[in-house]
Design a protein around this ligand. Structure first.
Ligand SMILES: *[C@@H]1O[C@H](CO)[C@@H](O)[C@H](O)[C@H]1NC(C)=O
Ligand SMILES: *[C@@H]1O[C@H](CO)[C@@H](O)[C@H](O)[C@H]1NC(C)=O
Ligand SMILES: *[C@@H]1O[C@H](CO)[C@@H](O)[C@H](O)[C@H]1NC(C)=O
Ligand SMILES: *[C@@H]1O[C@H](CO)[C@@H](O)[C@H](O)[C@H]1NC(C)=O
Ligand SMILES: *[C@@H]1O[C@H](CO)[C@@H](O)[C@H](O)[C@H]1NC(C)=O
Length: 629
């Protein structure tokens, strides 16, 4: 009996201690004193945005450490749904998608986390983070209480939020708050039932203790549609905004509690064909200082931008479709390659006035290497490699099918049919309903004819004979990530008309280019092949000799037109020097081999230069707007 009593006593004691500990670990809003409280003490966060999906896993720690050494006490992180659930019901949290490893690194570094799990995130990311398979339901109303949308989003959140619960601050982790949806007030639907549903779901999976919040742009309309009772309302704005006016607006929707700017813009994104964006360092540091001295908590968007590798860039659609470039450097305090800038040092000088910053030197820039020129050789065109690229063969259909109907969501599709009659004179090939999403490269009987482009190039002339093979390679340039046009189906969205004939009887070839590249199937078979440029979509390959060092580098495709580059099977993203402003692609060192031949593959869509060379340089060039054609 005695020993049992002792046991009970000890257990009671432990219980008390652990509940005291639990009380110590708390993160909450003090509505009386207009501040956050961490473990009972007033707390102001100075945070920066970083997206693990835009940085190779090998560099996560390096970027986080540099953020910590700047004096930040938190980071803000988006979770892109389509990065983790590429196939409905199949979840991937491995490798570059290992969110918990990222959270763990942040925790070890000493950084708290403001989590933004969406389900919609914008982020200038493909479809704002929504999986394109949602578009299989025609007319689905995304980001609303639409039954199919809500079911899919709920299934995803059930997986994600259950994983995140142990990472909440009060549960021993580093997540101090969680955003619900993202800038919902800027979306036309303004569906409170949807927001209420998300609210219920977030509470169900994360519990009552965690701070849930919303973020919206600095207008009454956005704040009205985006905020909800029970979710703490924050605002976002950049250097062109009057701070006082913006925070007065936050106060109107959230009369008590801390002032929060959830996205203070340190820079801005680029679109192909537009001027390179930048934001003045003095303005950023001055305004940051002003907000911090008002006691506001601030997140800098972005602190480290990174790269839209592969096909992950988003697009905007205001008056016309504008695709986001591959680099997401963002003119942020850390560059695309994670290097500290003057902007970072200026920000650190501001932060010094508000909190002790960690002692010790700022980690230096990672070393860069100019590996020099590599000459590429022609491998073949899409048509000659079709067995390799499309092993399962085409889907046949009277009228064109979309990417979503084919269930291939990214990259390229080949549409093939024959000419219905002789067209000896140049005859217009037309997409009457603006149905080219987004670029179409056209050839007749193996001879390249030119291209069509969404919004701006819906007619071109072709010639040929009845029965000639018409090949149209269609490129998905990234789905719209913001506004009313996020139902952005890809491919040929409607019929094409040649003269007076509607083209029909299509063979649509899904193309798994990335698997072919990764398996080495597109390396040219013989090293002795003559270089030979050509017109239209053509694969080129070559090798970069090992130097004993796998350092960061930047590849420039001078004289090339537009396409996609892979290094050792890693899809670096799109290049388009002709349209600019971006001229170089970032090649992270971990993608390279120090002691093996590095395999380079290029898909040039229009025309390669006669020299067929590409150049590996030791610095990026993001700001040179080329000839606009
Ligand atoms: C976070 O880091 C702290 C301090 O290093 C450690 O005590 C804690 O166990 C870590 N939490 C998690 C969830 O790893
Ligand atoms: C911002 O707005 C406030 C209130 O309307 C005004 O007093 C102040 O001068 C403005 N600040 C700037 C920098 O324009
Ligand atoms: C593709 O290559 C094949 C074989 O070299 C050639 O016959 C054909 O004309 C080419 N097609 C295109 C579209 O360039
Ligand atoms: C197509 O050809 C016709 C007749 O040669 C010409 O008038 C027209 O400008 C051409 N259109 C385009 C888009 O090249
Ligand atoms: C390059 O390709 C060859 C042949 O497929 C392969 O053996 C080699 O491992 C590849 N190099 C690297 C660095 O992946």
């Amino acid at each position: 009996m005695k020993s049992l009593n002792t046991f009970v006593l000890i257990s009671l004691c432990l219980l008390t201690i652990s509940s005291v500990l639990a009380d110590l670990r708390s993160f909450s809003i003090d509505y009386k004193n207009n501040c956050f409280r961490k473990d009972g003490k007033p707390f102001q966060y100075i945070s920066g945005s970083i997206h693990y999906s835009r940085i190779p896993r090998e560099y996560w720690q390096d970027r986080l450490l540099k953020m910590y050494m700047t004096g930040l006490n938190a980071i803000q992180v988006y979770v892109p749904w389509n990065f983790h659930e590429t196939v409905q019901g199949v979840y991937n949290f491995a490798g570059d998608r290992d969110l918990e490893y990222f959270l763990n690194l942040a925790n070890q570094t000493g950084l708290l986390v403001i989590l933004r799990p969406g389900p919609y995130i914008c982020a200038e990311w493909e479809m704002g983070g929504l999986p394109a398979w949602l578009l299989q339901k025609p007319n689905i109303i995304l980001r609303s209480a639409d039954k199919e949308y809500l079911q899919a989003a709920s299934d995803w959140l059930a997986v994600l939020l259950a994983k995140m619960r142990p990472w909440l601050y009060q549960n021993g982790g580093n997540i101090i708050s969680v955003q619900v949806e993202n800038e919902y007030g800027s979306y036309f639907a303004c569906d409170y039932n949807y927001m209420r549903h998300l609210h219920t779901l977030f509470r169900l999976f994360l519990g009552e203790d965690v701070i849930l919040f919303t973020t919206d742009g600095n207008t009454d309309k956005e704040m009205s549609c985006g905020t909800l009772e029970g979710l703490y309302a924050t605002i976002d704005f950049g250097t062109d905004t009057n701070i006082t006016t913006a925070f007065i607006r936050q106060r109107r929707f959230e009369p008590k509690g801390p002032l929060v700017n959830s996205e203070f813009y340190t820079g801005w994104l680029d679109h192909w064909g537009d001027k390179h964006a930048s934001v003045d360092t003095n303005k950023v540091s001055k305004m940051l200082g002003e907000m911090l001295s008002m006691g506001a908590s601030v997140n800098m968007y972005m602190f480290e931008g990174g790269t839209n590798f592969g096909y992950w860039n988003g697009a905007d659609h205001d008056t016309r479709f504008r695709s986001v470039v591959t680099s997401y450097d963002y003119n942020a305090p850390l560059t695309e390659a994670g290097d500290p800038t003057d902007k970072l040092l200026a920000i650190r000088d501001v932060i010094k006035n508000f909190r002790d910053i960690p002692v010790g030197p700022m980690p230096p820039a990672t070393p860069k290497l100019a590996y020099g020129f590599v000459t590429l050789h022609k491998v073949g065109n899409i048509s000659s490699l079709l067995d390799t690229l499309s092993p399962q063969g085409p889907v046949r259909s009277q009228y064109p099918l979309t990417f979503e109907e084919i269930k291939q969501y990214y990259g390229f599709l080949l549409y093939r049919t024959t000419l219905p009659r002789n067209v000896p004179e140049p005859t217009p090939l037309i997409s009457p309903l603006n149905g080219i999403h987004d670029r179409a490269y056209v050839s007749v009987n193996g001879v390249y004819q030119g291209l069509m482009e969404r919004d701006t190039g819906l007619v071109m002339n072709i010639t040929g004979r009845q029965g000639d093979q018409l090949d149209i390679l269609v490129e998905n340039m990234g789905r719209v990530n913001f506004g009313s046009y996020i139902n952005d189906n890809k491919g040929l969205l409607g019929n094409l008309i040649l003269g007076n004939d509607v083209l029909s009887d299509w063979s649509v070839y899904p193309l798994d280019i990335d698997t072919a590249v990764a398996n080495g199937w597109l390396q040219s078979a013989h090293s002795g092949l003559l270089t030979e440029a050509g017109d239209g979509p053509i694969f080129y390959s070559g090798t970069l000799k090992p130097t004993g060092r796998a350092w960061d580098t930047f590849v420039k495709l001078n004289g090339w037109t537009k396409g996609q580059v892979w290094v050792n099977g890693f899809n670096l993203g799109r290049y388009w020097p002709k349209r600019g402003p971006q001229q170089t692609l970032y090649v992270p060192g971990p993608f390279l081999s120090a002691n093996q031949l590095n395999n380079i593959t290029v898909l040039e869509l229009e025309r390669a230069p006669p020299h067929c060379r590409i150049l590996f340089m030791d610095r990026p060039q993001l700001d040179n707007t080329g000839n606009k054609t």
